[in-house]
Ligand binder design. Structure first.
Ligand SMILES: *[C@@H]1O[C@H](CO)[C@@H](O)[C@H](O)[C@H]1NC(C)=O
Length: 320
C-alpha cells in the first residue's frame, strides 16, 4: 500500500507515497447498502436527466435559443462533474481497501475544480440571460447573440481551468512521505494538503482564498442578481411577481445546495469534523440531479420539446 522508494534510487525527492487510502463513509453493512442504493439511483438519474436535456436541445429545431444552449452546456458539465467522483465511490462502497493512486487523486482534484469553477461561472451567465429575458425582452436576441453565448462559454472554461491549474501547480510537487489515509470518499485539497510532510500553511491559505473567493464570490453575485431581477419584476408588473418568485426561488434553492457545502469546505477554519464528508454528498449527487429538475422539467417549452423529440425517435425505435 505504501511504496517507499529511496531518494538515491530515483534521484527524486518528491512523493514516496504512490497511493492514498479512503476511509469511506461507514463500515456498517446496512448503511453501506443504503448508501449504495441511494448514490447509484441518484447518479443514474442525474446522467439520464442531463442526457435527455442535451439530446432534446440538440435534436429539437424549436429550442434554438440562448437559454437552451446554456442549459445544455450546464447539463454536459453536470454529467462530467458527477462522473469525477461518483462511479469510483459507488464501486468502492463495499471494498475493504479503497485506494486511489497519487495521479488518480490529482486528476480528481483537477477535474472537480475545473468543472465546478466552470459551472459556477456558467450559472452567472445564465442569470444574466434571465435578467435580459425578463427585464429587456425586446433586446433579448440581439444582446444574447450566438457570439455572446460562445463568449460566456469560453470565459467559463477559461476561469474554471485557470482556477484549477493555479492551485494544483503547487500541490503536485509536494512531498508525501508518510500518512496516506484520507477520511473521505474522494480526493480534495484541504484533506490532501494535511498529508504532505512539509509546512503547507501558505498553500492552505492560497486554496482557501482561491476556492473560497470563486465560490463565495459567485454565490453573492448570483443572490444579488436574483434579488435585483425580483425587484425589477415587482416594480414593473402586477401578476408576474408570483411567477418570477416561483422560478427564481427554485434557482436559489439549487444555488444554496450547490454553494453551501463548497463554501463550508473552503472557508471553515478547521474542517476536521465528519460533517463535510456528508455535505460533499450533496455536491456529488444531489445538485447534478436537481439541475435538470429545476431548470428544465418545470419549463413548459422544454416539456413540449421532449415530447416532440420522443415522437421523432419513435419510427427509429420501432425499426430496430
Ligand atoms: C453550448 O453552447 C454553445 C454556444 O452557445 C452552443 O453552440 C452549443 O451547442 C452548446 N452545447 C450544447 C451541448 O448544446
Amino acid at each position: 500500500m505504501l511504496t517507499l522508494t529511496s531518494e538515491a534510487m530515483y534521484g527524486t525527492n518528491r512523493s514516496v507515497v504512490s497511493e492514498f487510502v479512503f476511509l469511506g463513509m461507514t463500515n456498517t453493512w446496512e448503511i453501506q447498502l443504503l448508501l449504495f442504493v441511494f448514490t447509484f439511483l441518484f447518479y443514474f438519474a442525474s446522467m439520464i436527466g442531463n442526457l435527455v436535456i442535451v439530446l432534446t436541445v440538440t435534436l429539437d429545431v424549436h429550442l434554438k435559443s440562448p437559454l437552451y444552449f446554456l442549459l445544455a452546456n450546464l447539463s454536459v458539465l453536470d454529467m462530467i462533474f458527477c462522473s469525477i467522483t461518483a462511479p469510483k465511490m459507488i464501486c468502492d462502497i463495499f471494498k475493504e481497501h479503497k485506494t486511489i493512486s497519487f495521479w488518480g487523486c490529482i486528476t480528481q482534484i483537477f477535474f472537480s475544480h475545473a468543472v465546478g469553477g466552470t459551472e459556477m461561472v456558467l450559472l452567472i451567465a445564465m442569470t444574466f440571460d434571465r435578467y435580459v429575458a425578463i427585464c429587456k425582452p425586446l433586446h433579448y436576441l440581439s444582446v444574447m447573440s450566438p457570439r455572446v453565448c460562445l463568449f460566456f462559454l469560453v470565459t467559463s472554461w477559461v476561469i474554471g481551468l485557470t482556477h484549477s491549474v493555479v492551485q494544483l501547480v503547487f500541490v503536485v510537487g509536494l512531498p508525501f512521505c508518510g500518512p496516506h489515509t484520507l477520511d473521505s470518499f474522494y480526493c480534495d485539497l484541504p484533506r490532501l494538503l494535511r498529508l504532505a510532510c512539509t509546512n503547507t500553511q501558505a498553500l492552505e491559505l492560497m486554496v482557501t482564498v482561491n476556492s473560497g473567493l470563486i465560490s463565495v464570490g459567485s454565490f453573492l453575485l448570483l443572490v444579488i442578481s436574483y434579488i435585483f431581477i425580483l425587484f425589477i419584476v415587482w416594480k414593473h408588473s402586477t401578476g408576474g411577481l408570483s411567477k418570477a418568485l416561483s422560478t427564481l426561488s427554485a434557482h436559489v434553492t439549487v444555488v444554496v445546495l450547490f454553494f453551501g457545502p463548497l463554501m463550508f469546505f473552503y472557508t471553515w477554519p478547521s474542517p476536521t469534523s465528519h460533517l463535510d464528508k456528508y455535505l460533499a454528498i450533496f455536491d456529488a449527487f444531489i445538485t447534478p440531479f436537481l439541475n435538470p429538475v429545476i431548470y428544465t422539467f418545470r419549463n413548459k417549452d422544454m416539456k413540449v420539446a421532449m415530447g416532440r423529440v420522443w415522437g421523432y425517435l419513435r419510427p427509429y425505435r420501432e425499426m430496430s
